[in-house]
Write a protein that binds this ligand. Structure first.
Ligand SMILES: N[C@@H](CCOP(=O)(O)O)C(=O)O
Length: 496
């Protein structure tokens, strides 16, 4: 049966999956959502003996129904074969009573690779299916991880250009070096004087600007997105939650049907939303634990029902989560409002005009499966230190936020349901913060000296993503004000 998509902000128009992927964001500014959640049509026992690629097909075929079996399998195999440094693409590591789902074994050592390895294939297939003649310009905002993963995925992909905006002073040194050394004639990287929210707002503004889109089309271009606002980013992320559950069953850690909790370090709300989608497909996920850093806008939202971004923005040691406007929350809002596009539009208007919205008591009732909490900077470092001291296992700062919140969750609820913590990035991306947490003051060492120390401390191997950037030449030096993003895009594309 064909699954169609509609915008969170308009009730009537439906589009195909491939169209939604091509557009990235709906014309009315809303996010594309499936008109219904498909249910898994194979059993968990069957999934438990499948490879990651096979599970990916079983999940994605239900969402991307206008892709043929051959097209989808080609996309999946091209994305996941030999691009990950472990045999198991998303291994589960048990440590201190939780299961860490390591999602960082792709080329850029962050969970974004799980979806951005496949998005370019989905995008080019979608372009072919929809007879797109324009070149697709992938506009991306990043707080550190999406940028490099998207650049790597789209570099030199024919028919595409990719432009990434990142906060100049808001990412880790490794994250920045990964991006500014990116090769590929179709890649553009821009540091902005502003934070991630400024970058994301600027990108969304360009998507919605009719005049700019007209000029772009006249020059033979059209925009799309590599952020999780694009449904083509979200669907591949659903896969690893299905896979994690099936793996726990396969490994005898749980029995088929037993509930699990999922705990996700959260910024733009895409990763935890993917777990929510997996739950709606039939995966027995009990609680969705939303872990924030000191930018705790989501914690406050779950606690009060009011979303309020009018607050101080903190630059933290988990920079990928330094976000006050969590775009994907809109998809959840739409769902808990009973798929009411008018209600969603009203709340999003309030968010953009005042920075605040409040959901109704009925909507709050629909949030019962979520638990929100946050970790301070001190608690984040403590989580890394404690886990390392107890088990020798080293986690990055974002995963540590989730680990710390998991402790709070257990203390609050006494719930002992097996819990999967999404381990979203390699500790090597945040060597300074991780080594500081483990060893104390390491300010006298350079970033790469700390990488060396981390190899010794973790007993691991330096990821090739880090080795590559040690000596790689800087290729991107553009920096602009947050108000100059559109002009910068036009300059790159030669539009005057
Ligand atoms: N954490 C992100 C911010 C953008 O999130 P996305 O999942 O919507 O791409 C980053 O690392 O850039």
């Amino acid at each position: 049966m064909e699954l169609l998509y509609k915008s969170t902000r308009s009730a009537d128009k439906t589009v195909t999956a491939s169209y939604a992927i091509l557009k990235g964001l709906a014309e009315d500014g809303g996010l594309f959502v499936p008109t219904a959640f498909p249910k898994l049509d194979v059993s968990i026992d069957q999934l438990a003996v499948m490879t990651y690629q096979e599970v990916a097909y079983e999940v994605m075929k239900l969402f991307l129904t206008d892709f043929t079996e051959e097209e989808l399998k080609h996309c999946i195999n091209s994305a996941y074969d030999q691009k990950f440094d472990t045999e198991v693409i998303a291994p589960l590591v048990k440590a201190d009573g939780a299961y860490y789902l390591e999602l960082f074994h792709g080329k850029t050592i962050a969970f974004k690779d799980m979806a951005l390895s496949i998005l370019p294939y989905l995008m080019t297939t979608a372009a072919r299916k929809n007879n797109v003649k324009n070149e697709i310009v992938i506009l991306t905002a990043t707080s550190g991880d999406t940028g490099k993963a998207a650049l790597t995925g789209f570099a030199d992909v024919p028919g595409t250009k990719i432009i990434v905006f990142y906060p100049k002073d808001g990412v880790s040194p490794v994250q920045e070096k990964q991006m500014v050394t990116q090769k590929g004639d179709n890649t553009f990287v821009v540091g902005i004087h502003g934070n991630f929210d400024d970058a994301q707002t600027g990108v969304k503004k360009m998507f919605g600007c009719e005049e700019l889109n007209r000029e772009l089309n006249a020059a033979g271009y059209q925009f799309s997105s590599a952020n999780s606002i694009n449904i083509g980013r979200l669907v591949p992320q659903v896969v690893y939650y299905v896979y994690a559950y099936a793996s726990l069953v396969h490994n005898g850690e749980i029995k088929n049907g037993d509930p699990i909790n999922v705990d996700v370090p959260t910024g733009n709300f895409g990763n935890i939303l993917a777990a929510y989608y997996a739950r709606n497909m039939g995966v027995p996920i009990a609680k969705l634990i939303c872990a924030s850093n000191t930018n705790k806008v989501l914690y406050d939202f779950f606690a009060t029902g009011t979303y309020d971004r009018n607050r101080e923005f903190h630059v933290t040691t988990s920079p990928s989560m330094d976000i006050l406007i969590s775009s994907n929350l809109e998809r959840l809002i739409y769902q808990i409002a009973g798929q009411d596009a008018d209600k969603d539009t009203q709340l999003m208007k309030s968010l953009s005009e005042t920075g605040v919205y409040e959901i109704t008591p009925a909507m709050r009732d629909n949030l019962k499966d979520f638990y929100g909490n946050y970790a301070t900077e001190e608690e984040t470092a403590q989580a890394i230190h404690e886990l390392y001291t107890k088990t020798g296992y080293v986690i990055d700062t974002h995963t540590a936020v989730a680990a710390s919140v998991y402790k709070k969750y257990v203390a609050d609820t006494k719930d002992t349901t097996p819990t999967v913590i999404a381990s979203t990035a390699s500790p090597f991306k945040f060597a300074r913060s991780v080594m500081t947490a483990i060893k104390g003051d390491v300010s006298r060492y350079s970033e790469f000296e700390l990488v060396d120390q981390l190899v010794a401390t973790s007993g691991g191997k330096e990821p090739s993503a880090v080795t590559e950037i040690r000596t790689a030449p800087i290729r991107h030096t553009t920096v602009c004000d947050k108000t100059e993003m559109e002009a910068t895009v036009k300059k790159f594309l030669g539009i005057h």
